[in-house]
Write a protein that binds this ligand. Structure first.
Ligand code: GLA
Ligand code: ZN
Length: 672
């Protein structure tokens, strides 16, 4: 199953009219019409309304919301509403509340607060999901199911501990296998009974917090278990929906680069992927783009939904900057460019009270349609409507893949040594950014992905090397492709046990190198690296590379390893395997990645304009769309590399003629 079929990009967002008087609904719909809003995400936090007591369900308000939407010609993404517990459930069954990392059983409060393994919780949540599906399957407004909300976190209660042991039994079958995987003879941990196993927490293997563990193998398995436990909640609700509704696509809103959950384990179970994009303030635009591409990669490149973004400002940060004029439009087009087939907001009307009353909304507390934000939202609604179905179902024809691996993320960041300053998303982003700013379309894929479509594979800080990936990367290189790996790649197996071999383990023959030692320095120590045409800095970790077939491409410029390789290239078969042995500063990463891409003619025609983002999507009918986004506050003066028509303005650009993008401007070019 894929995302719902629609005649245009669904546009709208979270809508909670149960929180305000019904007279206001008239205003809501009048303003929605003005803004081109056709899709409402309903019921995300409505549990205490739809089930006010154990045996009492009440759907009058939801009926009215959905019927009204249908009457207005709008569609609904209907949430099951199981992410925030109603007070009565926690009062009757305190075990539905979570126990935290420090071992404290929480009392009723907040949201995203349920124990994922509590039978009481699962029974109540699936009963509600089933009731909703029974009632609204076939409702004319129903477009998609939104299960729960932003699944996340972990619970350390006794029930969860029991479930962890059961999960381990299934995975390892014998304690010998488990003891071997976790290397428990170290520090006298050999388990002789499954019941001796404790979930890793502040009371057991951890000190200083979730990243400091005595046994990486235990903590890694606990992350996998937590991922599966929450996935179990999702699947239970999905099954309850499917019992009444066989057709409507089901999703849950994910969070992109969210460390606690391995979304690749979830991906096969989603009918379509969706995510909430709240990029950190001042992050380069490639940061949000990486989240989009990661989400698109969950379903093999199929379009996803942008389930939430703020039209103006968040409320949850200490300081919440406002989106400048034009920035919302650009961010929205950026989502479409990367494969979003729906763009939705949190939220359509601002909450009157509680912690999100300051959160930006399409309609503010005063209910006006002449605010700057409303006008920008409405203008964008018009633009999206004008585009019709042109982008729907379109795929990205990327020839560059970036391998993204939650196991490696976890293993790297819970490792004692060589440096806690290396953060997985930062290194991944540096390589992703380099490729994107060079104009390459990039698929962000799991390590199990089929690599056949790709010429270039980037494998930054892939700390764990699993399965037969080394063989696939070698085959890709031999047939003429390029592989790029970095420092701290292929150090350990799936259990975080070091390979009993030269570093980088199974990748050493492919990369043509051997590493015996590595240095690590505080973040303010910058090593000069000479890359030939470019001199750059490097930080954090400095591996000392002994070439064994590879040639040096860049060298360290200081310390006792001055003059030794910091970057190498190994020609193998018809291809090349590159290794970057340190955390190069961005200009160094850019230089190396462009050299790799250039070999395959993958540096784009506008690569000299780093503020201009380009992306291609190919529509189901074969139409090629080239998107140009100008992230700079000044106009971008380009020369059109092909003849094309801008679908937003109707203007034709002739190949070789000047092409100007406005500040924060967008062009959607249909290539001839
Ligand atoms: C998340 C949640 C929403 C809301 C927004 C606020 O994405 O899903 O319910 O809290 O954050 O930014
Ligand atoms: Zn629990």
């Amino acid at each position: 199953m894929t995302a719902p079929r629609t005649p245009k990009i669904p546009y709208g967002g979270d809508y909670n009219p149960e929180q305000w008087p019904e007279e206001v609904w008239d205003d809501d719909h009048r303003l929605f019409t003005r803004a081109g809003i056709d899709t409402l995400t309903v019921g995300v936090f409505a549990w205490s309304l739809t089930q006010p007591a154990p045996d009492t369900y009440g759907f009058t308000v939801l009926d009215r919301i959905l019927d009204r939407a249908a009457a207005e010609g709008r569609r609904v993404c209907l949430a099951t509403g199981t992410a925030a517990l109603p007070p009565w459930l926690a009062e009757r069954h305190p075990e539905v509340n979570r126990t935290d990392f420090e071992g404290r059983r929480h009392r009723y409060g907040q949201r995203h607060n349920f124990c994922p393994n509590s039978t009481v919780y699962r029974t109540a949540a699936t009963a509600l999901a089933g009731r909703l599906a029974e009632r609204y399957a076939g409702h004319p407004a129903l477009l998609a199911w939104h299960v729960n909300n932003e699944y996340g976190g972990a619970c350390y209660c006794d029930v969860c501990a029991g479930a962890f042991r059961a999960w381990l039994r299934e995975r390892y079958e014998s304690l010998d296998a488990l003891n071997d995987a976790w290397w428990t003879t170290f520090w006298s941990h050999r388990y002789t009974d499954w019941d001796q196993i404790e979930p890793p927490s502040a009371l057991t293997e951890h000190w200083r917090g979730p990243d400091h563990t005595a046994f990486q193998g235990i903590t890694l398995d606990h992350h996998r278990f937590t991922t599966d436990a929450l996935l179990g909640c999702f699947l239970a609700e999905k099954d309850a929906i499917r019992a009444h509704d066989a057709d409507t696509p089901v999703t849950t809103n994910m969070m992109g680069l969210y460390r606690p959950l391995d979304y690749h384990r979830w991906a096969p179970h989603l009918d379509f992927a969706s995510w909430d994009s709240y990029p950190p303030p001042d992050a380069p635009p490639t940061r949000a783009a990486l989240g989009h591409d990661l989400t698109r990669g969950l379903k093999g490149g199929a379009p996803f939904w942008l389930m939430e973004q703020t039209p103006s400002t968040t409320a949850c940060r200490d300081v919440n900057p406002l989106r400048r004029p034009g920035e919302l439009r650009l961010a929205t087009w950026q989502a479409v460019v990367h494969g979003a087939d729906a763009t939705l907001y949190f939220q359509l009307r601002a909450s009157r009270g509680a912690c999100e009353k300051y959160h930006g909304a399409v309609i503010g507390h005063a209910g006006r349609d002449d605010t700057r934000v409303f006008r920008e939202v409405a203008a964008l609604g018009g633009e999206l409507a004008g585009l019709g179905a042109a982008t729907l179902g379109a795929r990205t024809p990327a020839r560059t893949a970036l391998l993204f691996d939650w196991d490696s993320w976890w293993a790297l960041e819970i490792s004692d040594g060589p440096s806690r300053a290396v953060r997985y998303p930062d290194v991944v982003h540096a390589y992703y950014r380099a490729a994107r700013e060079a104009g390459a379309d990039v698929d962000v894929v799991p390590v199990t992905a089929d690599l056949a479509p790709y010429d270039v594979v980037l494998a930054p800080v892939l700390h764990l090397l699993k399965g037969d990936l080394a063989d696939h990367l070698t085959a890709l290189t031999r047939r003429g492709g390029s592989v790029l790996a970095t420092f701290l790649t292929a150090r350990c197996d799936e259990h975080d046990r070091a390979f009993l071999a030269d570093v980088p383990g199974p990748l050493a023959p492919l990369l043509g190198i051997r590493i015996d030692e590595w240095d690590s320095r505080p973040p303010d120590v910058v090593q000069p690296v000479d890359l030939g045409e470019v001199r750059t800095g490097a930080r954090h970790v400095f591996e000392i590379v002994l070439p064994r077939g590879a040639e040096p491409v860049g060298t360290y410029g200081a310390d006792f390893y001055a003059g030794t390789p910091a970057v190498t290239r190994h020609r193998l078969g018809a291809g090349e395997a590159w290794y970057v042995a340190t955390a190069l500063d961005q200009p160094g990463v850019d230089h190396v990645v462009r050299r790799v891409l250039a070999r395959h003619d993958l540096v784009g025609p506008y690569a000299q304009h780093p503020a201009v983002e380009t992306a291609t999507r190919v529509a189901p009918d074969g139409t090629r769309l080239l998107f140009l986004l100008n992230h700079a506050p000044e106009p971008a003066h380009l020369t059109a590399h092909a003849t094309a028509t801008d679908l937003l303005t109707g203007a034709r650009a002739e190949r070789g003629e000047p092409l100007t993008l406005d500040p924060l401007g967008v062009a959607v070019l249909r290539l001839q």
